[in-house]
Design a protein around this ligand. Sequence first.
Ligand SMILES: Nc1ncnc2c1ncn2[C@@H]1O[C@H](COP(=O)(O)OP(=O)(O)OP(=O)(O)O)[C@@H](O)[C@H]1O
Ligand SMILES: [Mg+2]
Length: 319
Amino acid sequence: MLAIEIDKLVKQYKNGVRALDELSLKVKCGEIFSLLGPNGAGKSSLINILTTLYKPSFGKVTMLGKDLCREPAWVRTQIACVSQRVSIDEHLSLMENMIFQSRLYKVEKAAARKRISSLIDSFGLEQYLKYTVASYSGGVKRRLDIAMNMVSMPKILFLDEPTVGMDIVSRKAMWKIVRKIRDDFETTVFLTTHYLEEADQLSDTVCIMKEGHELAQGTSEKLKEYTRQNILRIGFADSKKAENSVNLLEEAHILPAISVREGSIFADAGDNRQTFEQVNKLLLEKQVPFEAIEIVQPSLEDVFMKLTYATGGISNGDN
Ligand SMILES: Nc1ncnc2c1ncn2[C@@H]1O[C@H](COP(=O)(O)OP(=O)(O)OP(=O)(O)O)[C@@H](O)[C@H]1O
Ligand SMILES: [Mg+2]
């Protein structure tokens, strides 16, 4: 059985914004699924629908085999959601927060005690028990927030940008916890992120979305194919100079799928050094006023560019 199946989902807000535009995707039970997309792609809109906060305009959502619109109350008993805003009560202690949550979900006392101590252990929260919650760092607060949401033992846990604003150390600690949720508690994790690397490192399946619909969905291995491909960056003093040089490069037919942003030209570098040398030679011969030429790791935008070209070219890579 699938954890979530979404078929041609549309969400149109009253102001006319179509946040989801015939989005379809499938989430398997027990996997970490990442929804990757830039600001405004529709990630939070989708989470709000899946957690029964908003109603879809059109389309069908099936969760754990049941129709979301027909049985929202049942769906609510099977899920938990950690939103971008931390929802812990800073006036209570860590333990009080956990106990409060267990009462909210009517977890029987003895079972709650067992779960809470196992979650504190799994999430590495023991060392913080003696401090007040208000003194915790943002990362630890978020960790506690997730632990609290696990007290009800949800079948599916939704995490809306769980690592936004974190440094790389806290982010890696969070990845470890998300994996533990999947492995130790067998919970399906559905998360959203802006970060290519995060989706790549963490997920079993990734769906890349933009402007309300999916561009690609597949294993993180598949995503790696896009991220492995190096990108050639040619830097200019300003955007105008960069734009003026695009024609010349296009006419030379060395680089496929060229895009311009922030005063640089970006293009697929392939695997070989030959492309780099050919382009470098051409720029020097034609006295193009470039300031830098280098091979860089692809960004999310480069992957979007590649995908939008592959699916018929709906954009030039600028978001
Ligand atoms: N309640 C609402 N009413 C009207 N428009 C909305 C509402 N919520 C979101 N939108 C619009 O829908 C689009 C998608 O927004 P959404 O918040 O779902 O994107 P997101 O992918 O979560 O972005 P971010 O990465 O910034 O969190 C945006 O254009 C946004 O302005
Ligand atoms: Mg959002």
